[in-house]
Design a binder for this molecule. Sequence first.
Ligand code: HEC
Length: 145
Amino acid sequence: MKSMRGLTMMMFLALGLFGSGVAYAGNSNPLSDAVSQGQQLFEKHTFEGAGRTCQTCHSAGGKGATVLPNGVRKPSIAGAARYFPRFNAKVGHVLTLEDQVRRCVAGGLQGQAPAYDSADMRAMIAYLTSLSQGKVIDMGGRPQK
Ligand code: HEC
């Protein structure tokens, strides 16, 4: 009897764990919704700027190469979330991923940077972080000069 109860408990636990995995994988839920909203913003939104989107420089939704308008190539931002927060020598202090998004909107897009406490920022961070899903956090691993 006791072991049956144990087994039932285990099955509930397994279902719970499996359930959360499936939830992330894309069925409609608040987290995956935020990831898709962030992807939409990344690929399509100009933030009232000069007409560029994030994808103008960071190709294929950020999964491809980073190529600047002047042709200079930089590493892909897929996996970039694992290097934040990080020290930026040019700026002179540590940048969070949110800080980096605001810098790219203001500089790269010449747009209105989303507020830290905004749905757009949350969605963008959810999307950028999803590009590092499963990768090891490596603070300080890609220094920015
Ligand atoms: C005009 C080109 C341009 C646009 C448009 C642009 N960025 Fe960037 N982005 C850069 C440059 C340049 C860097 C610094 C790359 C480096 O030093 O490796 C950068 C760096 C980043 C990084 C850190 C990458 C890393 O590995 O260090 C992230 C994340 C990022 N951008 C997100 C965005 C997002 C989100 C948008 C849209 C809101 C965006 N960028 C739009 C040029 C751009």
